[in-house]
Design a protein around this ligand. Structure first.
Ligand code: DGY
Length: 334
């Protein structure tokens, strides 16, 4: 019997996922590879597929160690960790997990908005510190959402869902995007430029992917445009906001607060000033962290990988141009 092709994973896979992959492949690797780049690179030599996530850089160096690689399947919708241009040039298919996590990330975004604007985390810390005293509770007072303006930066799948939920709270929704959506005229939400959005929104929520155009999109000059009683929430990628400038804004009171699920460096460095700031709600990059969503993401990532290696169009291919470099009949190994 011919030997099965080999794939590498950096994920800790549940047994049912591993069993499914083992029907077709010899599966090597695991989460320890995240901490050991040399071992990761050396493990790629004989692998046709890589199942991974944003916890590693999938760059030119990695591709150079992987002469047989035909598909990278990431267990994420974000792909800023992957050099997609280089992958395409080398005929490597790049697949991701759009759609299946939009509702979950939107719900977590709302968790952060509510916690920050209503100051729920701050209040909880008072209770836990045994400082809740008898009387009418005054501090910290939050703000009401009804009638306020929600400013969405990036009206993709997740941004749209956050916007829809904002409507249920009775908010007026405005949005900005790097490229104005083609259906902008049909939408119920008002498009505006970034400066107008920042000057008018009470709640700013960031949903653009990290790319050259969005790196530090929200810098000091942009933060200075925001209202003093506004908050900013980020569940996309940390580097879309200049974190140093944000810390300054929060310390000096240019804005009321921030709800952050993502950071420029993750895990958040132990000396980050954000850790000691009362007006910040912190969450460890868990926008998609629900049982249902993580299951759907993993299934999609696995189906993507298997499809490419069966020579079939995967459900979520990022670099469709790759077929010109390596047609699908050349990726069929199972
Ligand atoms: C995603 O899917 O991109 C999430 O942010 C997890 O990294």
């Amino acid at each position: 019997m011919p030997m099965k092709p080999k794939i590498l994973t950096t994920l800790e896979l549940p047994s049912n996922a591993l069993e499914k992959l083992k029907e077709y492949f010899i599966v090597e690797g695991g989460p320890d590879l995240i901490k050991d780049r040399v071992n990761l690179l050396n493990s790629l030599k004989d692998k046709v597929g890589l199942l991974t996530a944003p916890h590693i850089k999938v760059d030119k160096e990695l591709f150079e160690h992987a002469p047989n690689l035909m598909v990278v399947s990431t267990y994420s919708v974000g792909y800023d960790h992957i050099d997609v241009t280089e992958a395409t040039r080398r005929g490597i298919y790049v697949c991701y997990t759009p759609g299946v996590l939009s509702d979950c990330v939107a719900e977590v975004t709302w968790g952060l908005i509510l916690s920050t604007y209503k100051r729920i985390s701050e209040a909880e810390r008072i209770v836990r510190a045994r400082k809740w005293v008898k009387g009418i509770y005054k501090e910290p007072l939050g703000r009401d959402l009804k009638g306020k303006t929600l400013g969405i930066i990036g009206l993709g799948r997740i941004g749209r869902r956050v916007a829809e939920i904002g409507r249920c709270f009775g908010m007026n929704v405005i949005y900005y995007d790097i490229v104005k959506p083609s259906d902008a005229d049909k939408l119920d939400f008002q498009y505006c430029d970034l400066e107008t959005l920042l000057k008018n929104a009470d709640v700013v929520s960031v949903h653009v992917p990290l790319q050259k155009e969005t790196y530090h999109l929200i810098d000091e000059s942009k933060l200075r445009l925001m209202k003093r009683d506004a908050i900013i929430v980020n569940t996309s990628r940390g580097a879309v906001i200049d974190e140093k400038a944000l810390i300054k804004a929060l310390k000096e009171g240019w804005i009321m607060g921030a709800g952050l699920d993502v950071f420029e460096t993750e895990p958040l460095p132990l000396d980050s000033e954000l850790l000691d700031m009362e007006n910040v709600v912190l969450s460890p990059h868990r926008g998609s962290a629900s049982i249902e969503t993580r299951t759907a993401m993993l299934n999609l990532a696995i189906n993507n990988l298997i499809s490419v290696l069966k020579g079939e169009i995967p459900p979520a291919l990022l670099n469709s141009d790759v077929v010109k470099v390596r047609p699908l009949n050349q990726t069929k190994v199972i």
